[in-house]
Design a protein around this ligand. Sequence first.
Ligand code: FAD
Length: 499
Amino acid sequence: MIIDDQHYDIIIIGTGAGGGTLAHRLASSGKRILILERGDFMALEEQNRTSVDVFKRERYHAPEQWYDQDGEPFAPQTNYAVGGNTKIYAAALLRLRDRDFTAVPHQGGLSPAWPLGYSDFEPYYSEAEQLYQVHGNWGSDSLGHDPTEPEHSQGYPFPAEPHGVLEQDVAAIAAQGLHPTPLPLSLTRQDDDPTGDSQVFGIDLALKHGNVTLKTNARVTALHTNSSGQVVKAVEARIGDQAFLFLGDIIVLACGAINSAALLLQSANEKHPNGLGNGSGLVGRNLMKQSLTAIIQRSQPNSGTFRRSVSLNDFYWGDGEFDFPMGHIENIGGLLQDVIYAESPPVLSVLAKLMPGAGLAQLAKRSIGWWAQSETLPDPDNRIRWNGKKLFLDYKANNLEAHDRLVYRWIEVLKAVDGPRGGPYPRGEVPIQVVANQCGTCRFGKDPATSVLDLNCRSHEVENLYVVDSSFFPSSGSVSPALTIIANALRVGEYLAAR
Ligand SMILES: Cc1cc2nc3c(=O)[nH]c(=O)nc-3n(C[C@H](O)[C@H](O)[C@H](O)COP(=O)(O)OP(=O)(O)OC[C@H]3O[C@@H](n4cnc5c(N)ncnc54)[C@H](O)[C@@H]3O)c2cc1C
């Protein structure tokens, strides 16, 4: 074991939405910061979201195996690289709705209140939108106003981009009295790397400061505490064939909700026999990953490589026939570049039957896809388990009636858009390996008996240990999580900079 001879003020583990943003927030503080990232920089051609050639199923899957509750292995859809999953995400950056922070009855049970409200997060949402150059519409002059959009103290820094190929469909959806709204997107406006992520807006900016060091291909394998178990003294990581120990005053986990919880469970010791900071028994529990269904609408020929652009929340809190929250709708980008191409062969095979003789690429160029996305509720039995050798995801989707209703409701809308020549509308749910919107495995709260982290996302039990990825979410909401993770990293960063 090699002991690194530097001593750092802060060690950040992971460079995704949480870790990358935090690194940027803290870089100007002058503190000595070490960032450990298990992946490497992604080559530009690997990131190029418009290239069909690089779009392979494997691109979205890590080269390792996790196991479902029946012990079946699968390759998780998660990206190990500088920027984490934001290197492959769709860059749709939405705020949770303000009611998402309160206790909300769902058909499948109660979505719990967060210990902080929307107003506590609002300034950081605004800061996050400025930092990530979000293009969107807000305010009275907006083209299409989403009635569920919470108050913004600042408008988006850039106006939304036009809907392009979807313009006519959007008009036909709006004609039904609905409110299709531009999907807020992080865009760099650079031709070669158009989508904003936590490398571009986090790590690259942080590395301009001489006090920040990044080590790539550095997989953290354990956190070691002092003899009382109150403080993490050292971070163990493998770089190549070597094991290293890094020493720091503040340790921040940002490995993603599943991997951060796994690392805590793997770091069990005499003082923390059930996993580090796991006196509550909640580390790894309450895993949520939203229910996602892809719905395909046949359309006129298109390039197959356009961006996502439409958001619709008219059914977020239910509709006239269903008095419980249903969820969020957004369009899938061109099918040749989007995850559906890799994740939903069943959807495409239904499509193939509808258009015999066409190859997958041709099918994709004759289709428009939509995601229906619904909240799942925290369930302590949905969890990450580490048996000393293997990582298990015990997971059963819940709140499914709400999701089914959303899917059927959306198909009704599409039928009205398409008229008699439309449909059928193949659809496919995503399998267990799709963990894109994972959250909840170390929820934050005031009570150490019912939460893992305090309000500053610090472990209730280990005084220098923080978690700033999506682990802290008490509920998932129905919109994608990245902007909330980014906003929270800015919030925690402000606290740590002052600490
Ligand atoms: C295909 C796809 C599309 C998506 N689209 C959207 C979208 O449009 N909008 C949205 O809001 N969200 C989207 N998401 C989800 C979004 O990307 C995630 O919510 C977000 O990236 C999570 O941020 P994080 O910081 O929690 O973790 P991650 O981004 O997963 O980052 C974790 C980092 O930790 C590193 N790491 C893990 N374990 C270790 C270890 N042991 N040692 C060292 N480093 C480690 C990883 O390599 C990674 O860099 C999408 C996700 C996917 C996969």
